[in-house]
Design a protein around this ligand. Sequence first.
Ligand code: U2P
Length: 257
Amino acid sequence: MKHREQKHMRGIIIVSFLILQSLVASSSQTAPPDFNFFYWVNYWPGAICDSQKGCCPPPTKGNKSPEFMIHGLWPQFINGTWPAFCDQTNLFDISKISDLVSKMEKKWTEWGVWVCPSNETNLWEHEWNKHGTCVQTVFDQHSYFHTNLKFRQKINLLSILKQKEIKPNDGFYGLNEIKNAIKCVIGFAPGIECNEDVEGNKQLFQIYICLDNYAKEFVECPYVPDKSCTSKIKFPKSPEKYSFGEHLSVRASVSTT
Ligand code: U2P
């Protein structure tokens, strides 16, 4: 009897040990991403400024030269849906990215239609809270923002397009011509989102580049976000002619002069 009890105890100890071991092993491994890929999205400020709503320039400390601006890094599912606002307990905290702020002010400014003058902190906060909180198996706040900047440093969309004579001059260019210019450099065609200028012309607004679910490599877009473009689209002029720090939207100031 005593022997059987001892055997039983030994069994319990071994099973407990194995459970403990597997718990330790699983906590030391990071869970794999629970989404399929990323869109890394950049927008053309000129397409906001010549639209019906007009735009609000970023604060004076923002970048003054015409460039594509980062919109964000968005986790996606292959069926075209996406997770959002996943964690209320780890909201945006600018003190976690203080070393990145000056770069972000140049590459991630908001030519907003919502706030005048625009406030990039709002956009950063929104992007982390909406998208970043859903990718915490891959990124913390610092690496989320840093990864965006790294890709922005690697890829200059404006110069890629200019090399193929596709310029922001209010001219019309083939949608495929634009996609191919980018494909030539990164290996995969991006998705293009268009909006409309005040005359109703479809124009280049946002470029969607697809990344794997660790945001390490460019990938073929599993789901192509072609949004409301025609086969030829306008590439609007950059809003550089407008002075920065205005408190009125560009459209409003144009219509009153
Ligand atoms: O379309 C409206 C906003 O939803 C988010 N979005 C859209 C398409 C998509 O495939 N994935 C995605 O996340 C974007 O969110 P934002 O950061 O702008 O709020 C998009 O602008």
